[in-house]
Design a protein. Structure first.
Length: 247
């Protein structure tokens, strides 16, 4: 299983906990607000906003919350001014970690992210130290039981997907960021169910971790995911299946 799938699995388990729903909503609202601020409030003309709203709807966020977040981004309502920034570093065992932040206090965010790196046996590095190990791609996860492989490949590739990969009990559809919407529409049109539909950062190569390093990496990633100033976190860590299941 790829590093992206592994961490998605962990996040889904944690996201299912009611106590975290408020935190999930907060991060989605931040993304919607910033997407509207940078690209306008028209969903049809703003791909980033369209993706953010789709993610919010997938989490059953109320329509009013979505509309308020858009209006805060466009300036129709007062809102917090969030700054976007990214941080890079290494986790236990040398695995690469890429962190995306949306914050109203950059100094606080840097301090908290650095603290998490240090606490769990990692270290924050200079900009560019690991970003080159990741590619920005559109990503869909499709349950194998839901579709025939040939049909999926035909529809996805015809719509502009770069690749369809087999991963354990699912297929991963990979696209260039600019082709994400077209592939999404094609899958929906063919009534092919999918999950993890997002533009994300996929690792080029995996870094196998076991034992204590794997345990600390799971704790580090969990702490990053829980940090209010962290929007998204990516890694190339390849962690044993049993440890992921126990997380």
């Amino acid at each position: 299983m790829s590093g992206h799938s592994k961490w998605s699995t962990i996040k889904h388990k944690k996201g299912a906990q009611d106590a975290k729903r408020g935190k999930i909503f907060t991060k989605l609202i931040k993304e919607i607000t910033v997407a509207a601020r940078t690209g306008g409030g028209d969903i049809d003309a703003n791909p980033r906003l369209r993706t953010a709203v789709a993610a919010a709807k997938a989490e059953n966020m109320p329509k009013d919350n979505i509309e308020r977040a858009i209006k805060k981004g466009t300036g129709e309502l007062d809102g917090v001014n969030y700054e976007e920034s990214s941080y890079e570093g290494y986790g236990p065992g040398g695995a690469a970690i890429l962190v995306e932040s949306l914050t109203d206090n950059k100094n606080r965010a840097v301090a908290e992210i650095r603290h998490i790196f240090n606490k769990y046996g990692g270290n924050m590095g200079e900009n560019g130290c690991v970003a080159w190990m990741f590619d920005k791609k559109g990503y869909f996860n499709v349950d194998k039981a839901a579709v025939d492989e040939e049909k999926l490949m035909e529809i996805a590739l015809e719509a502009g997907a770069e690749d369809v990969r087999e991963e354990d009990d699912s297929f991963e559809v990979i696209t260039a960021p600019e082709d994400f919407d077209a592939v999404k529409e094609a899958l929906e049109g063919a009534e092919i169910p999918f999950s993890d539909a997002e533009v994300t950062m996929l690792p080029q190569n995996m870094s196998p971790l076991e034992g204590k390093d794997a345990e600390r990496m799971l704790k580090l990633m969990d702490a990053m995911d829980d940090c209010d100033d962290v929007q998204k976190v990516y890694t190339n860590a390849d962690i044993p299946e049993d440890m992921v299941d126990a997380a």
